[in-house]
Design a protein around this ligand. Structure first.
Ligand code: TRP
Length: 332
């Protein structure tokens, strides 16, 4: 049998996981478990680029792993680990810093955005972040990197860095490809349907650990559209709010937009919003309950992340060794 291709991605524990993370990323990871050799990690080193409260950071990072598992990511079939537990990330990150140009990093749109948002803390880590991300990917010789559109530029830079290094030292890194999910998985904020669902706008963000009453409240307050027709129709241009909720409903139930339109024919937003809330509540209920249970089982969580880091380290160390040999960092 042919070797499986390698799939790798990470999410920063910079906020609590939400429905956008689930539908845009984790659900797809779960579905692709058997098809690929998978590495999924908590990008905790990246999270340090923005100041964190240590206790809260630690809890979020643990809860993120518990949620990965509760969402259905089987730790036996997916290598799940913390970036900070595999020192090769920081080590290769440094080497790649030396093969990444100031000009390239200056052009990263995320760096420009984040510099605006964190004007009082534009640290060197924020600037060199894409080189660390390149290390994350290249260490594992990944074929595919499932990411959102906002990360495409970083994957492109990773390809440039890989090609540059390979050009100087010979074949060292596989040149990875971004794996961007279909439009269907892009979820917008309930209170701001023009922006991606985000933890920084909590009113319109459904967190995976939200209780049912909170979810219902957020849906009831969801922005519907200013157009005069009050029925349910998929039209992202003129009805972004309703279309976003239809998108959520469709992603969770597998129903097409036509089916949803028929189901709610003649009904107004007042019926539609609680119906969406109900589907979200029932999808998230078992996930939240399972994550809560796992969080209490510290020994189990520890065994998962230790095994994950061990498995990841074997591969990462081999690539790092090759790099050290090639650049002249190993001595006889
Ligand atoms: N930069 C990514 C984000 O903020 C997270 C990330 C870090 C990542 N390293 C990665 C994603 C490697 C994919 C592959 O969303």
């Amino acid at each position: 049998m042919a070797e499986k291709k390698i799939m790798l991605s990470g999410i920063q524990p910079s906020g609590n996981l939400h429905l956008g993370n689930y539908l845009g990323a984790i659900k797809g990871w779960v579905e692709r478990t058997d098809e690929y050799d998978n590495f999924y990690f908590m990008a905790d080193l990246h999270t340090l680029t923005v100041r964190q409260d240590p206790e809260d950071f630690r809890r979020r990072a643990l809860e993120q792993l518990a949620l990965y598992i509760a969402c259905g990511l089987d730790p036996e079939k997916n290598t799940l680990f913390y970036q900070s537990h595999v020192p090769a990330h920081a080590q290769l990150g440094w080497v790649l810093d030396c093969y990444t140009m100031f000009g390239e990093l200056s052009r990263m749109t995320q760096f420009k955005d984040k510099s605006k948002k964190n004007a009082d803390n534009i640290n060197a880590g924020l600037f060199t972040y894409p080189a660390l991300m390149a290390a994350d990917i290249l260490l594992y010789q990944a074929h595919y990197v499932p990411v959102g559109e906002d990360q495409r530029q970083h994957v492109e830079l990773t390809r440039d860095i890989a090609n540059r290094f390979n050009g100087v030292y010979g074949q060292t890194f596989r040149v990875p490809e971004a794996y961007i999910p279909k439009e269907g998985a892009r979820i917008y904020g309930l209170s701001t349907p023009e922006d991606k669902m985000s933890k920084s706008i909590p009113d319109g963000c459904i967190f995976l650990m939200d209780e049912p009453d909170v979810i219902l409240k957020k849906f009831k307050k969801a922005v519907t559209d200013a157009d005069t027709e009050k029925w349910i129709r998929f039209d992202p241009q003129n009805k972004p709010g309703v279309s976003n909720m239809m998108n959520i409903l469709s992603a969770l139930t597998g129903k097409s937009f036509e089916q949803i339109e028929q189901e709610f024919e003649g009904m107004g937003y007042g019926k539609f919003k609680p119906a969406c809330a109900e589907v979200v509540i029932e999808t998230l209920r078992p996930i939240r309950e399972e994550a809560t249970r796992i969080m209490k089982d510290e020994e189990y969580l520890r065994s998962v992340y230790r095994k994950g880091a061990e498995r990841a380290s074997v591969i990462a160390e081999a690539t790092l060794k090759d790099v050290y040999d090639k650049v002249g960092l190993t001595y006889k």
